[in-house]
Design a protein around this ligand. Structure first.
Ligand code: NAD
Length: 259
């Protein structure tokens, strides 16, 4: 990853932070692009303390102008945009019947439209270079379901699952459009990882129940470690994956609930 410039959205926290840190460890210059300024600064500091190269950028990936500015600033500062990891995401677990239009829009705007905006803004730079790697983060809920154990369970994920399924298909269409320009577009679908997202929308008891159900859904019967997700993203963003595009790699401990 030496000489590569990598933008990781939502890398102030959780999986994105692990991905950014891993890329920096491999020599990439990492741009930590997140809505949260304080966690962004923390990630940048931790990467630098470990000897890596990183800068932070406050961005709301649902805002096309913000995203355009991010890409232009990175290209101006570094001369190129080699890698884009579309990781920023949220979930609202809510029964289908009580999911409001606003809930739906909040999830779809970030988890799907944000991916579209970022890829669209990065593409001109990658096309000009005739080289680039885009890795989109979907979810195992993009193709599977989870048993319903209450209104805050992953079973109640119509908006989230719809967005994450669309990210898998968006990956394929972008791979087709950008392939002739030497740009690989792939997707990683994580199973269950313990991150701030896991607890953001639940009480501690609900988190416990969530952990129990989710762990039992994977043949490895445990949650993933954030670095295990980062390894997979690193591979797809590397030259070792040069002949892979339009692919979705499941990093889910062998979930058994795909329907
Ligand atoms: N944790 C899991 O088990 C799991 C499973 C499957 C998929 N995923 C996906 O992985 C990705 C990361 O999840 P996580 O668990 O690390 O979550 P997280 O909540 O720890 O991190 C998400 C990050 O996105 C940032 N963000 C939120 N809105 C943003 C916006 N509008 N613009 C820019 N940044 C924004 C947040 O500030 C945060 O730093 C998400 O796309 C999520 O859907 C996670």
């Amino acid at each position: 990853m030496n000489d590569k410039v990598a933008i990781v959205t939502g890398s102030g926290s959780g999986l994105g932070k692990a991905i950014a840190s891993r890329f920096a460890l491999e020599g990439a210059t990492v741009v930590v692009a997140d809505l949260n300024e304080s966690t962004t600064a923390d990630t940048v500091r931790e990467i630098k303390d470990a000897g890596g190269k990183a800068s932070g950028c406050k961005v709301d990936v649902t805002q096309q102008k913000d995203v355009g500015r991010l890409m232009a600033d990175v290209a101006h500062a570094h001369g190129r945009v080699d890698i884009l990891v579309n990781n920023a995401g949220i979930t609202h677990y809510r029964d289908f019947s009580s999911t409001s239009g606003a809930d739906w829009d909040a999830v779809l705007n970030l988890d799907l439209k944000g991916v579209f905006f970022c890829a669209q803004a990065a593409a001109p730079y990658m096309r000009r270079q005739q080289h680039g790697k885009i890795v989109n983060i979907s979810s195992s809920l993009g193709t599977g379901t989870t048993p319903h154990v209450g209104s805050l369970s992953p079973g109640a994920s119509s908006a989230y699952a719809s967005a994450k399924a669309a990210v898998i298909q968006l990956t394929k269409t972008l791979a087709r459009e950008l392939g002739p320009s030497g740009v690989n577009v792939n997707c990683v679908a994580p199973g269950f990882f313990l991150t701030p997202l896991t607890g953001a929308v639940r009480s501690p008891e609900e988190v416990e129940e969530h952990i129990r159900v989710r762990k039992s859904m994977a043949v490895l019967n445990r949650a993933g470690k954030t670095e295990e997700l980062a390894h997979a993203v690193l591979f797809l963003a590397s030259e070792e994956a040069s002949f892979i595009t339009g692919h979705t790699l499941y990093v889910d401990g062998g979930r058994t609930d795909r329907m």
